[in-house]
Design a protein around this ligand. Structure first.
Ligand code: NDP
Length: 254
């Protein structure tokens, strides 16, 4: 028996990194988990097999959260798998992109990169949440994956930081929209987490060490550190916690 038995969950960006850890956690607690990937088809297939081998249930869907037609297809596929709406208990808006080593600074970051980050990190969760609302069952859960970047000044990644601040705003708006139905909406804000997302930054000598040193708990985050915080919010016990930003960052930026 898991704490999420009989719950249906949708995770965007679930094939790799933090999203994959969330898929494992939710499925491990008994949820039936659909997850969206953009390009990582092999990783998605492998994760579905891994979940099934562990006795859980999951399915993968290719899609682009920044494209409304693709979002409609994602939810049509979910309706096939989960059955007639309302059919969703948990939505995790996790998919996101960063600068991936490109210049994203306020001084000289490109317009193209800014637009793409806004599309995936802001428009994406907006479209996905909008499509999820009529499908969510009462007492459901929405968790948005933001970032500590949404809290602190970051001239070196100003555009990315803006997208994560915008996601905080979506979290507050969503929380009030769904509150009367017992649905909660919160944002989990990670600090640096060891995934492909920051692979290029981690190639810089001393990056990991200085990050660990800047973190009161003395190490960098791992994907499951974030998945644990997400699971905490999805549990029945978190039913009165809504409209919050939960920092999962080892005390960074307190
Ligand atoms: P990864 O780069 O490891 O994974 C990103 C995921 O997002 C992938 O699964 C990717 O799909 C998916 N994705 C990207 N674009 C789209 C799109 N247009 N449509 C659908 N899916 C898409 O990153 P992380 O796991 O590290 O990041 C997950 C979230 O955590 C992001 O929102 C990020 O901003 C946030 N975060 C990460 C931090 C870190 O240090 N790692 C720190 C703070 C926040 P595919 O695999 O198919 O390409």
């Amino acid at each position: 028996m898991g704490c999420l038995d009989r719950k249906n969950a949708l995770v965007t960006g679930g094939a790799r990194g933090i999203g994959a850890a969330i898929v494992r956690r939710l499925a491990g607690e008994g949820a039936y988990v659909g997850f969206v990937y953009r390009g990582a088809a092999d990783a998605a297939d492998a994760l579905v097999r891994e979940v099934e081998d562990a006795g859980g249930r999951a399915f993968a869907m290719q899609g682009d959260v920044a494209d409304s037609a693709s979002v409609a297809e994602i939810f049509a596929f979910c309706d096939e798998k989960f059955g007639a709406a309302p059919n969703l208990d948990i939505l995790i808006n996790n998919a996101g992109i960063g600068s991936d080593g490109q210049d994203a600074s306020l001084k000289s970051g490109s317009e193209e990169l800014f637009d793409r980050m806004m599309a995936v990190n802001v428009k994406g969760p907006y479209l996905v949440t909008q499509a999820a609302l009529p499908r969510l069952r009462d007492n459901g859960r929405i968790v948005n994956i933001g970032s500590i970047s949404g809290k602190v000044a970051q001239h070196f990644a100003a555009g990315y930081a803006m997208t994560k601040r915008a996601l905080q705003s979506l979290t507050f708006s969503t929380a009030t929209q769904v509150a009367r139905r017992g649905i909660t909406c919160n944002l989990v804000a990670p600090g640096a987490v060891a995934t492909d997302f920051i692979a290029k930054l981690r190639e810089r000598p001393g990056f990991d060490e200085s990050n660990a040193n800047a973190t009161p708990m003395g190490r960098m985050g791992q994907p499951d550190d974030i998945a644990g915080a997400v699971l905490m919010l999805c549990r029945e016990e978190a039913r009165w916690v809504t409209g919050n930003i939960i920092e999962a960052a080892g005390g960074l930026a307190i």
